[in-house]
Design a protein around this ligand. Structure first.
Ligand code: ZN
Length: 413
């Protein structure tokens, strides 16, 4: 995901370029002590990190079996039936099927962002699964955008941003003239890649005319008219969408309290977590998120109240929350991002992803491979320091979530 920031009046071209680039059931006390003691253990095991989808799948299934989970696999319809080249949504369920409390952690909504989320799921299975209380279940969903995870693309097999696909398709979502202009700019490229500098210049000009906040919202909110564009939300529910909704209706129907984390990368400081909470501000769900994860969530609320939050369409986590709430469950959740690079570079990531999906037939394999590696590094830096920061921060967040879920139960039982 790419997040907006405040966009004040710009004084000069350089400042404007910089600005537009930024657009882009309870545990026993002793068990709590055991969980807390884990937090002082160095959490930087590099073995959690893999950089290929088949290896991530293998790790997920091995850890799930070792931790006593019940695994499932929903093969993507265009994937090979067997072998390391196959791909689909892997699941692991821990605990009773009728547990009142459920923690659901999702990875791989955007393909190159899978590996941090996969590491978070491994951390829970290795270090926290022994401390699950009897009335709590944990549901891990791995590689939800299976095509994107397997092919190293942020989008699905139909160039759809899965995190913009959970909308009602019986309504009109056609964009206006500005949508077309922005998408035309974002689609500039040749046989060797996207024309990033020209794209930025054109976006700047559009921003000066229409307002930078408006243009950045066009880039980030999702669009439904340009199938080969950036942020395309699709014309129908994607396979991942329908598969996930069926899963959630089945697995969350007996839950009373559902915590949801959708792990991503690309927003925030290098290796630092940032929280995008989509519970309604002022709601109990939002208050719990602040209680669990702290001021970072509250700062997110302040940011949104400033009126510059992108009008994100079709978010996956909102769909999961709505399904859980439909059966009467309370929810608390967030998209949790680990930052990688400044948003100017991350915009290039969006351009690379779009270009790779529609690369001209004359493009050499060497060029495509290089740009695919560039894309992966943007969302998953091949840097031990970044990985360690992510592991430590993520482990702390998981601990906070486990404690929050148990206190939530204790407060409302
Ligand atoms: Zn993402």
């Amino acid at each position: 995901m790419v997040m907006l920031c405040k966009l004040p009046i710009v004084a000069n071209l350089g400042q404007a370029l910089d600005l537009i680039s930024t657009c882009v059931t309870s545990l026993a006390a002793s068990e709590f002590k055991k969980v807390k003691s884990l937090m002082i253990t160095p959490a930087s095991d590099p073995s959690f990190w893999v950089r290929s989808y088949p290896n991530a799948r293998d790790r997920f299934r091995q850890f799930a079996q070792s931790a006593g989970g019940t695994t499932g696999f929903f093969r993507h319809p265009s994937a090979p039936i067997e072998g390391t080249q196959s791909f689909g949504i892997d699941t692991a369920w821990f605990g009773p099927r009728d547990a009142a409390n459920v923690l659901m952690m999702i990875s791989g909504t955007h393909g190159p962002e899978l590996f941090a989320g996969s590491a978070m799921q491994q951390i829970w299975m290795q270090d926290f699964s022994h401390f699950r209380s009897p009335n709590t279940a944990v549901f891990l969903v791995h590689g939800v955008n299976s095509y994107g995870c397997a092919k190293n693309r942020r989008t699905t097999e139909n160039n759809v941003d899965l995190n913009r696909n959970f909308i009602r398709f019986d309504s009109d979502h056609a964009g206006g003239a500005l949508t077309q202009k922005v998408q035309n700019a974002l689609s500039l490229g040749g046989s060797s890649g996207p024309y990033a500098r020209r794209v930025l210049t054109l976006l700047l000009l559009l921003g000066l005319r229409h307002g930078l906040a408006t243009v950045t919202n066009e880039i980030t909110a999702g669009q439904y008219s340009r199938h080969d564009g950036v942020g395309f939300g699709g014309n129908a529910p994607e396979w991942s969408n329908t598969t996930l909704c069926d899963l959630w209706r089945d697995r969350l129907s007996q839950a009373r309290r559902v915590a949801i984390i959708d792990w991503h990368t690309g927003i925030g400081g290098y290796g630092d977590p940032s929280f995008l909470c989509f519970e309604a501000p002022g709601s109990l769900g939002f208050a719990r998120a602040v209680d669990w994860w702290g001021d970072a969530v509250a700062q997110s609320a302040d940011h949104f109240d400033a009126g510059v939050r992108p009008s994100y369409n079709g978010l996956l986590i909102r769909a999961a929350q709505e399904i859980a709430q439909t059966t009467g469950a309370e929810t608390t959740g967030a998209v949790i991002e680990f930052g990688t690079y400044p948003n100017k570079q991350m915009l290039r990531g969006l351009l690379l992803d779009r270009w790779l999906q529609h690369a001209p037939p004359t493009t050499s394999e060497a060029v495509k491979t290089k740009l695919e590696n560039d894309l992966l590094r943007l969302f998953c830096p091949d840097d031990r320091q970044w990985q360690q920061r992510v592991l430590q921060a993520g482990r702390h967040i998981i601990h906070q979530t486990v404690e929050g879920l148990n206190n939530w139960d204790g407060a409302t039982a």
